[in-house]
Design a protein around this ligand. Structure first.
Ligand code: PEP
Length: 250
């Protein structure tokens, strides 16, 4: 059995004061959730978020991590720095980073290695663009992104990794993949893990869906056998909406 994991991706939203306000509302709303709950917040909110969720069932995440230990990388943050702040999860390879900040399959892999080496749990994002979908390239893209992200990653690390399938055309657009489509596409990713590692490894790894997931569609998506959770952007910025996604069965 794979425990569902619902993670919020705040992106570039929420000041310190807004972080406290949102989390003070969220904590009581999700306290008895069955799913694992994660919030991935901007670097500047990490300390405040950690403080606000201390002793609760909410896990702390960051939105990116650099691959180097330390050094001349102005504006970057290392795995060590995140770990020291109590961060447990880190989003890697989000499509916005691939699209706007030159993230490649290779840099995704470097970040994944750095995160794991420091005891952080990567949430690795993969997903096709609309052009790739319309060009019939979904499988090719997902197999490539998954294979490259997991290059030289040991089988023993798989329990510490979550994959997020995020079709780029569904992120922040209000367009959701149909539950069946999301399920079938995630099956391709799981099949890739089976080929790279083993069937049992593929059965165990958690794969989220992300892309305009909200309180209205969460139940249907989460009912699909391949979907083990959600990576939630817009709907994670309102405590009530996020809590309703977290408690998709209520
Ligand atoms: C995301 O940023 O990972 C995401 C899925 O965003 P949204 O839910 O807003 O589509």
């Amino acid at each position: 059995m794979r425990r569902p994991i619902i993670a919020g991706n705040w992106k570039m939203n929420n000041t310190k004061a807004q972080t406290y306000a949102l989390l003070n509302d969220l904590v009581p709303l999700v306290k008895d959730a069955e799913a694992e709950v994660v919030i991935c917040v901007p670097y500047t909110s990490i300390w405040a978020a950690g403080d606000a969720i201390k002793g609760t069932n909410i896990h702390l995440g960051a939105e990116n991590v650099h691959w180097a230990e330390k050094g001349a990388f102005t504006g970057e943050i290392s795995a060590d720095m995140l770990k020291e702040q109590g961060v447990e999860y880190v989003i890697i390879g989000h499509s916005e980073r691939r699209q706007y900040f030159g993230e490649t399959d290779q840099t995704v892999n470097m970040r994944v290695k750095a995160a794991l080496a420091h005891g952080l749990k990567p949430i690795i994002c993969v997903g096709e663009t609309l052009e790739e979908r319309e060009g019939g390239k979904v499988e090719e893209v997902l197999v490539r992104q998954t294979t490259e992200a997991f290059k030289e990653i040991d089988k023993d690390e798989l329990d510490n990794i979550v994959i997020a399938y995020e079709p780029v055309w569904a992120i922040g657009t209000g367009k959701t993949a149909t539950a069946q489509d999301a399920n079938d596409t995630i099956a391709i990713i799981r099949g890739t893990i089976a080929k790279l590692y083993c069937e049992k490894c593929a059965d165990k790894i958690r794969i989220q869906y992300g892309g305009s997931m909200n309180p209205k569609n969460a139940k249907e998506l989460m009912a699909m056998p391949q979907i083990d959770g959600g990576l939630i952007g817009g709907a994670s910025l309102k405590a009530v909406d996020f809590s309703q996604v977290v408690k998709y069965n209520a």
